[in-house]
Design a protein around this ligand. Structure first.
Ligand SMILES: [Zn+2]
Length: 653
């Protein structure tokens, strides 16, 4: 979300080709299938609906052990608990005619700088989602108390307002009234409201909040009534403005409540100007605002799951392929200044300070997970891992817990993070969710097989099978992982271990003896047997340094080691302590803007790789250069408070 680079939010009547808007938030519900959707789906869903092949594990059944992921989770928990619900509720109460209980927060929540985008209140929705995820993961009652308090407050606001609509826009419900009439407006009302819907949904499903569910259904019914007068053409015109994941929310609501009106709205909220070309395999994403599109596509995937036309599923799968395979940087991020660019112009965009908006990675992971559940292909998990390390884990300041907006590749620039209470960007909101849901995508299962997708120290309880699988690993510092079964009784099960794309080989040992060997990267190694309590499994992989480049610019490369992008680490010169905690995301590129000349690399990529040696610490490497100081290289996710480079322009030797 950023107004600085394009006037895409200006009005519903504006050129749709440029402002093709957005929607959704899928599969975040790791507990979804268990909590509610399973039975409701069976009872209410159409018989033809494509059931997912895999099930996620409930977040409550996965435990994290010590690792950078658990550290990141704890930092976000601390941040969430430091925020004041009454401050987040300020404008909701004002709009309902109630006296606010605490002053409003800064940044996007109230400051004039961002008045044009009308995102007031989006943070409360993300906050509810984050509290619900944190509560499901940790069982810490403090998160549940926050949810219950906010849900009760929103219930009071809804009753006082009397229409079902709850919002925090400075002009109150007048903004929606004008928008629904097709008048020119400023801002992204559905985008903002989508976060509130999603927060209430997550509170209902993951934290069992009956009040949140009641408020959610009233808010849903308000939308049913408010949009009913719109013709299909008027509805589609409304979707020219970024609208978050409204189609996904209404598909979820259909599953939760079985109300056919919700399914109708899920389809009406599906932007046909984006859906139709994608369904026909046409990539015309160049120039479009990236984070407007991804949530819509998450919604397409969800609409398909609740019985929508197969074109919805086709569109989602095609979009993923084109973004993940052809439009992504080595880190898994994409875009420049929030927009997709023609890949023929890669060299013009890769070194931007405004590349890789973090929300886009958050949303791409949601889409990836949604597709993987229907089509358990290791390629999805490979992308997930790459983006998780180099996009999501990399986005958090490990010291303050604050998160990035952009993660650009301008050589010698640094990561910039939001302030605790004066920024409240979109990426602050998704950043609250990112680090409290690492448990959702490590393991999956079907009736007989357990999938191990990520190599993160953790354990999973598969209750139906009386089994607990514990994973112990130093990955990525070591290219292996160990798994240990705890079983009530012997169990005939299949273990599907991901053989990642970055490893030429995968060897599996059971109780010390080799049982399988794979030379097929980006696949699963299957071990089917009768497992006994105490059985141990080891997966041995091979990490090596490689280069990544885009077809249009073979002389601009990134270096990777396994799934990790290696960054040149250039120290803190000219960077005052704390100067990377910033208020205004629009000014990326101007903060800490002292000149910096990156070292040049001369030679062919393979020859440069041969000059990289292991350093003194795990995952530290030293690149010898001909004329300059050696370059210290470390995983990009470990870069914080210092200048870095992730892409390098090679010159002739
Ligand atoms: Zn963002």
């Amino acid at each position: 979300m950023n107004m600085s680079c394009c006037p895409r939010l200006a009005g519903a009547g504006r050129s749709r080709r440029h402002f093709l808007a957005s929607a959704a938030k899928v599969g975040l519900l790791a507990g979804w299938s268990m909590v509610e959707a399973g039975p409701a789906f069976a009872a209410q869903g159409p018989q033809t609906a494509p059931m997912p092949k895999l099930q996620p594990f409930d977040l409550a059944d996965v435990e994290l052990s010590e690792s950078p992921f658990l550290h990141a989770q704890r930092m976000t928990e601390k941040y969430i608990l430091s925020l004041d619900a009454d401050r987040l509720l300020h404008n909701f109460r004002v709009n309902a005619g109630l006296k606010p209980k605490a002053p409003v927060y800064g940044g996007w929540e109230s400051e004039q700088t961002w008045a044009d985008i009308n995102c007031h209140g989006h943070t409360l929705g993300h906050y509810l989602s984050a509290c619900a995820l944190a509560y499901r993961s940790t069982k810490d009652r403090r998160f549940k108390q926050r949810i219950d308090y906010i849900a009760a407050e929103l219930d009071a606001c809804q009753k006082a307002a009397g229409t079902g609509l709850i919002c925090a826009f400075p002009d109150g419900p007048a903004l929606f009234a004008a928008y629904l009439k097709g008048e020119k407006i400023s801002g992204v009302p559905w985008y903002t409201l989508h976060k509130v819907y999603a927060g209430l949904r997550d509170s209902a499903l993951l934290a069992d909040s009956t009040t949140a569910r009641t408020v959610l259904l009233r808010l849903a019914d308000w939308a049913v009534v408010a949009t009913r007068p719109l013709s299909d053409a008027q509805f589609e015109a409304m979707l020219a403005i970024e609208h978050g994941g409204m189609n996904e929310i209404f598909a979820d609501l259909y599953v939760m409540a079985g109300n056919a009106d919700y399914r109708t709205l899920a389809e009406r909220f599906s932007h046909k100007a984006i859906l139709e070309p994608l369904a026909h395999g046409r990539d015309y994403l160049d120039g479009l605002h990236a984070n407007t599109q991804i949530p819509k596509v998450i919604g397409f995937s969800r609409v398909y799951e609740v019985g929508g036309d197969p074109m919805y599923g086709d569109a989602a799968a095609f979009f993923w392929r084109t973004v993940a395979h052809t439009r992504s940087f080595a880190t898994g991020g994409h875009g420049d200044g929030e927009h997709f660019f023609p890949m023929a112009d890669f060299a013009k965009h890769v070194f931007s300070a405004k590349g890789s908006e973090t929300c886009c990675q958050y949303n791409m992971l949601k889409l990836t997970r949604s597709l993987f559940l229907r089509d358990p292909n290791a390629g999805y998990a490979d992308y997930y891992e790459r983006t998780l390390y180099n996009g999501i884990l990399a986005s958090q300041d490990p010291d303050s817990g604050m998160a990035t907006y952009f993660q650009g590749a301008r050589p010698g620039y640094m990561k910039l993070y939001h302030t605790p209470v004066n920024s409240f960007w979109c990426c602050t909101g998704t950043g609250m969710e990112n680090h409290v849901k690492y448990r959702e995508s490590i393991y999956f299962h079907d009736d007989r097989a357990l999938y191990v997708n990520l190599f993160i120290p953790s354990s999973v309880a598969w209750r139906d099978k009386g089994a607990v699988l514990t994973q112990t690993t130093a990955f990525p510092e070591a290219a292996s992982t160990s798994l240990h079964w705890k079983l009530v009784k012997p169990a005939e099960l299949t273990l599907k271990l991901r053989h990642p794309r970055w490893s030429q080989s995968a060897v599996v040992l059971v109780n010390g003896a080799e049982v399988a060997r794979s030379a097929d990267p980006s696949s699963y190694v299957e071990i089917s047997r009768t497992w006994r309590d105490g059985d141990r499994v080891e997966l041995l992989l091979a990490m090596e340094i490689e280069t990544v480049s885009a077809p249009a610019a073979p002389d601009i490369v990134a270096f990777t080691y396994g799934p990790l992008v290696l960054a040149g680490a250039f120290g803190k010169e000219g960077l005052a302590p704390g100067a990377d905690i910033i208020v205004n995301e629009r000014l990326y590129g101007t903060y800490n803007n002292t000149p910096f000349t990156p070292p040049t690399l001369a030679g062919e990529p393979q020859e440069i790789v041969r000059r990289i040696r292991a350093g003194n610490k795990p995952l530290e490497f030293i690149l010898q250069t001909q004329a300059q100081q050696p370059i210290r290289m470390i995983p990009y996710y470990r870069i914080a408070h210092e200048r870095y480079a992730t892409y390098w322009q090679l010159v002739s030797a």
